[in-house]
Design a protein around this ligand. Structure first.
Ligand code: KG4
Ligand code: ZN
Length: 338
């Protein structure tokens, strides 16, 4: 089974990605990011699907070439079924279907959110795999979830956002500050130079384990508008402190809910995933949680946290082991049941 060769394709949002897995190891992992969306301040679905169309063949060819295999050696093809942008998903699924048909090999449909979580099971030197059950905090531009993971395909969402995702909170705050999309990494960069307690933003009151970020965005917008009225240079003069304070508030919101989730489930193993888990403040705070609360935290290798196809491949591998295949009538789903 460890010699199984699986080609994985991810095209749910604005990254066209392909990977070749050998068992649970990554032979190649190629991502073409679409820079076109920067000037629009967010992902434009129509442009995303066009870019996927242009990128998909070269990206897959590169993944196969880098893996140093011949496509005729492939045992299966895994693709992202959803959730995501329909026009983007269709490019990946159509290609996956055609190639599986041509090569006469099985087709495997993967849930993108499962993939962000199961990315922790990629065999990678220096990275430990969590044991079941564990809690997964999935934080990206599209999702914010706390998931109780009992087994590979036995997962339960115990908390999620009721409005914006945490990545959107970062990106929309950045936009208010005049930073280009995606602003999350820039907020992170400036935050490292600023005082997290410089400005205080009220945290939302949301019951249970659910999140809300849209109020925070509004609070930041009003605060900035008021300050800029008094001092037109307010943003430039305080950028580091503003970013540090925004990031601090977002981290507190996440940590409050994580602490509650640990208390309610008794599970102290926490694995994070999704693009926002690249955030240096979140990583640092989670590591501190190990000492402070006796948690064990799992942070995957950077290239497996943002959208990538290796994470689709590891789910494909697990599904292959249980012969969980699709026929050619399988359809993409913008929304998908967990
Ligand atoms: O998982 P991902 O690549 O795509 C989605 O599935 O959404 O996540 C992208 C999100 C964007 O909102 C981006 O701003 C955010 O992750 N992000 C960050 C950082 N790096 C990426 N947010 C905060 N700090 C970072 N260092
Ligand atoms: Zn994602």
């Amino acid at each position: 089974n460890n010699s199984l060769l699986i080609l994985a394709i991810e095209s749910s949002c604005d990254d066209t990605a392909a990977a070749v897995m050998q068992g649970d190891k990554v032979l190649s992992n190629v991502v073409a990011s679409q820079s076109i969306h920067g000037e629009y301040g967010g992902v434009v679905p129509e442009l995303a699907s066009r870019a996927h169309q242009q990128n998909i063949v070269p990206v897959i060819e590169m993944a196969i070439r880098k893996a140093n295999i011949d496509k005729n050696q492939l045992n299966a093809i895994a693709f992202t079924q959803g959730p995501g942008l329909m026009g983007s998903l269709l490019v990946g699924s159509s290609f996956a279907k055609s190639l599986a048909l041509a090569l006469k090999i099985p087709l495997i449909a993967v849930n993108h959110m499962h993939a962000h979580i199961l990315a922790h099971f990629i065999d990678e030197e220096g990275f430990e795999k969590p044991e079941f059950p564990f809690l997964a905090l999935t934080i990206s531009g599209g999702h914010t979830q706390i998931v109780k993971v009992n087994d590979f395909f036995d997962m339960e969402i115990i908390g999620e956002t009721t409005d914006d995702a945490v990545g959107e909170a970062f990106d929309k705050s950045a936009k208010i500050l005049g930073l280009p999309y995606p602003g999350g990494p820039l907020v992170d960069k400036y935050a490292q130079l600023g005082n997290p307690k410089a400005f205080a933003f009220t945290k939302p009151r949301v019951p249970g384990l659910d999140f809300s970020f849209s109020g925070l965005k509004t609070a930041i917008l009003y605060f900035i508008q008021k300050q800029v009225k008094e001092n037109p240079n307010f943003i430039e003069e305080n950028l580091n402190d503003i970013c540090a304070s925004i990031q601090h508030t977002i981290i507190e919101i996440l940590m409050d809910k994580l602490k509650l989730a640990v208390k309610e489930t008794g599970i102290k193993q926490i694995a994070i995933g999704g693009g926002v888990s690249a955030n240096s403040g979140i990583r640092k705070t989670l590591k501190e949680g190990e000492k402070k609360y006796g948690w064990k935290t799992f942070i995957p290798k950077f290239e497996y946290t943002t959208d990538n196809a290796a994470m689709i491949g590891i789910v494909g591998y697990q599904k292959y082991l249980s012969q969980n295949f699709e026929d050619n009538t399988v359809v993409s789903k913008a929304r998908i049941e967990f």
